[in-house]
Design a protein around this ligand. Structure first.
Ligand SMILES: [Zn+2]
Length: 254
């Protein structure tokens, strides 16, 4: 008897919780706001999305974040996006706790696809994830390195430990690229200074080249991304986030 009572009570509570959750959706979210959110992806162009991300980063870095502006209420946005996501961009970034793309571009839920892996390297699963994003309507692909990257520093110091060894191996070509680039540019080499792990300028230069290498790999290994890039359907660009200033510097588009 007690068991039947408990099951009955539990079913009633569960049902009312579901009704309550969906009830809030209809209360806060009109069809108009859902349509505005959906239409935004159709109307956006790669350059307009890039500007929107740059503006968001400026708001973040200057302490004026507003969760992407529309709608400012994150609960409303969550409920709108629950009816079907329409993100505008995909960001491949490092796992570093200071480089969360949704925060540093001042966006909200339903705005960005994000793929995160130590030192923002590329492997088959990352390529597949970025392909999912662009096939789902994302029109900008950002490969976001950052200053003071532990993965870059680990690779520079030759760290070999557990599964980190194979991850850091993927960074090593970028270290070579940076050294060659600095050898060819004595003025820059002088500005960067000592090529040691403790030199933040040197690590930042490698972060730049590592993000560029990941961008190049995405294009060379994925025919889906390559075709969309060539046709202008997507923009694919590398960038470096400065953990001290909060600003993202986009590398020139190739
Ligand atoms: Zn990192």
């Amino acid at each position: 008897m007690n068991l039947i009572f408990l099951i009955l009570i539990s079913t009633v509570l569960h049902t009312s919780a579901i009704q309550s959750a969906y009830g809030r959706t209809s209360k806060f979210t009109s069809n108009e706001t859902i349509e505005t959110y959906r239409q935004r992806q159709d109307d956006a162009t790669p350059p307009s999305i890039l500007s929107w991300l740059q503006d968001g980063n400026i708001r973040f870095a200057s302490g004026k974040a507003n969760h992407g502006g529309y709608p400012r209420n994150t609960q409303r946005r969550m409920q709108i996006a629950s009816q079907g996501q329409r993100p505008l961009a995909v960001v491949l970034s490092c796992i570093d706790s200071r480089t969360t793309p949704e925060l540093i571009f001042d966006t909200s839920v339903g705005d960005l696809f994000t793929a995160r892996v130590g030192a923002n390297v590329v492997n088959d699963d990352i390529i597949g994830s970025v392909e999912i994003a662009v096939e789902s309507g994302a029109k900008v692909v950002i490969i976001l390195g950052h200053t003071d990257c532990g993965g870059i520093k680990g690779a520079c110091s030759g760290l070999e430990l557990g599964h980190m060894t194979q991850l850091l191996d993927r960074v090593k070509p970028a270290i070579n690229s940076t050294n060659v680039r600095l050898d060819l540019n004595p003025e820059l080499s002088m500005f960067v200074g000592e090529r040691v792990v403790s030199n933040r300028r040197y690590i930042a230069e490698i972060s730049h080249d590592n993000a560029e290498a990941s961008a190049h790999q995405l294009l060379s290994r994925s025919s889906i991304l390559r075709e969309k890039f060539k046709s202008g359907e997507i923009v694919l660009i590398s960038a470096v986030y400065n953990v001290e200033t909060g600003f993202v510097t986009f590398n020139p588009q190739k």
